[in-house]
Design a protein around this ligand. Structure first.
Ligand SMILES: Cc1cc2nc3c(=O)[nH]c(=O)nc-3n(C[C@H](O)[C@H](O)[C@H](O)COP(=O)(O)OP(=O)(O)OC[C@H]3O[C@@H](n4cnc5c(N)ncnc54)[C@H](O)[C@@H]3O)c2cc1C
Length: 120
């Protein structure tokens, strides 16, 4: 006998985008099938392997910085919910660029505005 399961949505590709999409759909009550050519958590996905960084410096592309800030909160919530808080490790970053680099300048302005709005 062939068992048949019915899903509302199939997500193809279980990298960071597919994984989060599937999780959000499941949280909204959808029956989700998450498929990947190489199975779960493999090192061939660009978001896979041993370590990845979350950074919040996208210059004038402020929307990415804001998304990144929001995603960090959600990653930490996910790690806590699964008892894997140690998966997140806060480190510093050494970022080398010429002084007039426009992306760096725009990031600096964004960070100053953010710091100001957090203080006030
Ligand atoms: C080497 C490298 C390092 C990076 N480091 C960082 C970092 O530290 N921080 C950061 O923010 N960004 C980083 N990036 C960028 C980031 O990884 C990508 O923006 C992000 O991974 C894209 O996610 P994704 O889910 O679209 O793709 P992926 O993570 O690549 O996932 C795609 C998945 O789809 C599967 N797939 C593909 N085709 C099929 C198919 N036909 N059928 C079934 N499954 C399929 C693949 O097996 C894979 O698991 C890095 C990128 C690279 C290449």
């Amino acid at each position: 006998m062939i068992a048949t399961k019915i899903y509302d949505v199939a997500v193809v590709g279980a990298g960071v985008f597919g994984g989060w999409t599937a999780l959000q759909l499941a949280r909204r009550g959808k029956r989700v099938l998450l498929l990947d050519a190489y199975g779960p958590g493999h090192s061939r996905a660009s978001s896979g392997d041993e370590s990845r960084i979350i950074r919040m410096g996208y210059g004038a592309d402020e929307i990415y910085t804001r998304w990144s800030q929001r995603s960090l909160v959600q990653w930490k919530e996910l790690f806590a919910a699964t008892g894997n808080e140690a998966l997140f490790r806060k480190t510093g970053v050494l970022w080398l660029a010429e002084a007039e680099n426009p992306q760096l300048q725009a990031t600096k302005v964004f960070c100053s505005v953010m710091a100001w709005s957090l203080r006030n």
